[in-house]
Ligand binder design. Sequence first.
Ligand code: AMP
Length: 209
Amino acid sequence: MNIVLLGPPGIGKGTVATKLSKRLGIPHIATGDMLRENAAQKTKLGLDAKPYMDKGLLVLDEVVIKMIKERLQKKDCKNGFILDGFPRTINQAEEIGKEIKISKVVNIQASDEIIIDRLSKRKVCKKCGFIYHLVHIKPKKEGICDKCGSELYQREDDKPKAIKERLKVYGKETEPLIDYYKDKGILADADGSGTPEEEFELVLKAVSE
Ligand code: AMP
C-alpha cells in the first residue's frame, strides 16, 4: 500500500507514521528527516537545503523530487511505503504521480492552536529522531531520549518565527493537495486533535477503509 500522510507541520505525521510503519511492515519515508540527515552530514544537498529549512521555507521541488524518486526505488519499498512530508506542492504530486500510484492519502487536521502548541513544545532526539512533546509524550528524564539515552533538542524551525512561516507556506503550497487528491477519490480525513494513540487509531481506520 502506498500511503501519503497529509497535514500541517506539527499535526503528528511523524509519530503516526512511525507506528503505522511498524503495524503495516512498510517503510516510513520522511523528506524532512532525509534533508536534516543530509544537513547534519554536511552533504551538498543538505547544505543547500538548510537555509530554506531553518526559515520554514520549502526546499526546491527539483531537489526533493529527485531525492524521493531515488529513495522509492530501494527494495524495501516494493510492498509499499508511508510518505510523510511529501508531496508538499501540486508539482511534486504530479511528478511522483507519473511514476507511482498512490493508494491512499490521509488528511490529518486540527486547529491552529493545537498545531502551534505541538510545534513549540516538540523536542526531538538528536540521534534516533524520536519525537517528544513536553506534555503529551514526555521523556522520563528531562532532555534525554528514553529510547537511546541521547540528548533532545528543539528544531530550528520549531521556533516561533519559523512556525509562522511554515503554517503560511502550508496554506499556500500544500493545502491545495487536499482537493487535488479528493478529486482523484483517494482522500480520507482523520481528526488529529486527540491523544497520539487516538490519532493513530483514526489514521489506521482511514487507511483501512
Ligand atoms: P518536516 O520535517 O516535514 O517539517 O520538514 C522540514 C523542512 O524540510 C520543511 O520546512 C522544508 O524546508 C523541508 N522539506 C521537507 N519536505 C519537503 C518537501 N516535500 N518539499 C520541500 N521542502 C521540504
